[in-house]
Design a protein around this ligand. Structure first.
Ligand SMILES: NC(=O)c1ccc[n+]([C@@H]2O[C@H](COP(=O)([O-])OP(=O)(O)OC[C@H]3O[C@@H](n4cnc5c(N)ncnc54)[C@H](O)[C@@H]3O)[C@@H](O)[C@H]2O)c1
Length: 369
């Protein structure tokens, strides 16, 4: 299995080569070839390092190598950590010709990209995404960043990795919960852009749940193709890239309300996709039958469809912080039909309020952030 895609944003920034491989540690493969004879810094976290770091270290034929293993979890993705990593690089004398390799999920990828984009005004980096979410989404679009106490991803850059090497076999060690959370992003591509892919997901839901390698590889490849297509057209999120946000305005409100404790991002996206579908049905865009396919598929992929109990007005207020707000109006992504997402500014606000009230307000609010 071998395939690759090219994201080519306009100069002066370079594009990313995205390669789907059978064995990321293979001699002569794209990662080891890129690293051969160079000064290499591997950035990873404690969740992933025991599984794959020794193999990567043993396989590299670099000139000099440093491995930085960070505590796992979103709380590590801060400017303080970026500062500490840069400090290690400076102390060890890594120069502008260094190659950073991010081995891990979206947390490691965002942080590695951020450090690479600012260290000595920018060094090259490559990503080996190890979660499904990172393989189909986080590692692909050149967005780097760290969190600020006041907002997630508040400090960041657009900086494309030279190479993204995707090996779905690395997903074997991922927890069930993290794996399933990634499936929500796969479903997002199908709902937003590709009705035949949606039907394919319905047919292969059982194999996806049980991580059949060939089926997972196909789902990943199809998802990557959609992300590459959109990011190539709109690398710096000035237009159609916003469609990748389907379900995410709801999801971010759920995550913020929760205080980033109980909900995985992908789980919140799953609920967000369902809410976007419900609004689309009430706008008269989706038929009842099409709308019903969304929760059915979410359930068969092992994903939630029920939002947490919360004050609907609080959720609506959190949604208003979305970056798609223009001139005070929250623009949202809905579905004109299955496989066709649309950015809308003139939807019926009363319907949105109705959906929030009926779903979030179903049970008694139980607090939150
Ligand atoms: N840059 C982007 O465009 C973009 C897009 C979406 C999300 N993100 C970011 O991605 C992050 C979330 O990423 P994530 O969901 O990959 O979570 P994560 O990187 O925190 O990884 C989740 C957990 O899985 C462990 N892990 C990773 N791969 C593993 C493997 N193969 N086997 C065993 N354990 C493994 C990690 O150690 C961690 O404990 C967030 O910070 C989010 O902001 C970025």
């Amino acid at each position: 299995m071998s395939a690759h895609w090219m994201i080519a944003p306009p100069p002066p920034r370079a594009g990313s080569r995205i390669v789907l491989v059978d064995d990321v540690f293979a001699v002569g493969g794209p990662l080891l070839s890129l690293a051969a004879g160079r000064d290499v810094v591997i950035v990873s976290d404690r969740g992933i390092a025991p599984h794959y770091l020794p193999r990567l270290e043993a396989a590299l034929r670099s000139r000099r190598r440093l491995s930085v293993v960070l505590p796992e979890g979103e709380r590590t993705k801060t400017a303080r950590t970026a500062h500490a990593v840069a400090g290690r690089l400076l102390r060890e004398g890594f120069g502008r010709d260094a190659l950073l390799i991010g081995l891990g999920g979206g947390m490691v990828g965002d942080l590695t990209g951020f450090v690479a984009s600012v260290y000595l005004r920018g060094v090259e980096y490559a990503l080996v995404p190890t979660t499904l979410l990172a393989q189909v989404d986080a590692a692909l679009g050149g967005k780097t960043g760290v969190d600020h106490p006041l907002a997630k991803n508040a400090l960041g850059t657009f900086c494309f990795p030279t190479s993204v090497v995707v090996d779905v076999r690395l997903l074997a060690t991922l927890s069930t919960r993290d794996y399933r959370a990634g499936l929500a992003e796969v479903l997002k591509y199908a709902l937003a852009f590709d009705a035949p892919f949606l039907a394919w997901l319905e047919d292969h839901a059982a194999d996806l749940r049980t991580r059949q390698t060939a089926v997972v590889a196909e789902a990943v490849a199809r998802s990557i193709r959609h992300k590459v297509e959109v990011v190539t057209r709109d690398p710096y999120e000035e237009g159609p890239r916003a469609l990748l946000n389907l379900g995410h305005t709801f999801a971010h409100a759920i995550e913020t309300h929760d205080g980033y404790v109980r909900w995985r991002h992908g789980e919140a996206v799953a609920v967000g996709l369902d809410l976007a579908a419900e609004c689309s049905r009430r706008f008269g865009w989706l038929t009842d039958a099409d709308r019903a396919r969304v929760p059915a598929l979410l359930r068969s992929l092992g994903l939630p469809t029920e939002p947490p109990a919360a004050d609907p007005a609080r959720i609506r207020a959190l949604m208003a912080r979305d970056k798609k707000v223009r001139a005070g109006k929250l623009r949202m992504i809905f579905l004109e039909e299955l496989g066709r997402a649309v950015l809308s500014a003139d939807y019926d606000e009363r319907i949105l309020t109705e959906v929030l009230t009926e779903t979030f307000g179903r049970r008694r609010p139980e607090g939150g952030a």
